[in-house]
Design a protein around this ligand. Structure first.
Ligand code: ADP
Length: 204
């Protein structure tokens, strides 16, 4: 069940207005939200950090919103039930939108397991600025990597509602970018997204 309000008209109007400002912005970049979705340990944070460095080396102004860090602050009152996850995503999308309006390239690293919530995030941010990146890996590989020992805890029943174990992940159907992190190195994943950002610039 979706917990999202239906109307986003007020956002669309505000956004159309502020979009005009980008044309005259001192920031010579087309703002974007690079929304990285995938199961835990798929590589979202690792690729987000490397991408951030690569974009800054190109002279771009960026920001990262990482799921783990928002859970310690902005969303610390939320748990991992479906409705709390939806609210988590809604808040992140709203913050990303504010950063977008300031002209930044925003990298979001968030499991964001439900397609409805990703669709909602896209509607808040605007289709033109939303780059959905599916950071894809088989569950077995993620579980084998398990850099934070979370899968082990979930298998032992110490963590409930863990995506891939006892909570569902909706595989993105038409993401703008698909990364198979079993086949691609971190550098290759970054290159793939950079290509997309460059093409996004060309469509200003
Ligand atoms: P997430 O943010 O999706 O939970 P992390 O980036 O925190 O994932 O963890 C992914 C782990 O997998 C890291 O320890 C990273 O070094 C490792 N890893 C191994 N190969 C790759 C790859 N090709 N791409 C991304 N991460 C990889």
């Amino acid at each position: 069940m979706s917990h999202f309000p239906e109307s986003q008209n007020q956002h669309l109007h505000a956004f159309a207005f502020s979009h005009a400002r980008f044309e005259h912005s001192r920031l010579k970049q087309k703002p974007a939200v690079i929304w990285m979705t995938g199961i835990s340990a798929s590589g979202k944070s690792t690729i987000a950090d490397a991408l951030d460095i690569a974009l800054q080396e190109q002279g771009r102004i960026t920001a990262i919103i990482d799921g783990d860090s928002v859970r310690g602050g902005l969303c610390r009152d939320l748990g991992f039930t479906d409705s709390d996850r939806d609210e988590n995503i809604r808040r992140v999308a709203e913050v990303a939108r504010l950063m977008l309006e300031a002209g930044l390239i925003v990298i979001v690293a968030l499991i964001s397991p439900s397609s409805a919530s990703r669709h909602y995030a896209r509607s808040i941010i605007g289709n033109e600025f939303f780059i959905e990146v599916h950071v894809d890996v088989p569950l077995e590989t993620a579980e084998h990597r398990d850099p934070k020992g979370l899968y082990k805890k979930a298998r032992a029943g110490l963590i409930k509602h863990f995506t891939g174990i006892d909570s569902h992940y909706d595989v993105p159907v038409f993401p703008e970018v698909h990364l198979d992190t079993q086949a691609l190195s971190v550098a290759q994943s970054v290159e793939t997204i950079l290509d997309w950002v460059t093409r996004h610039d060309d469509h200003t």
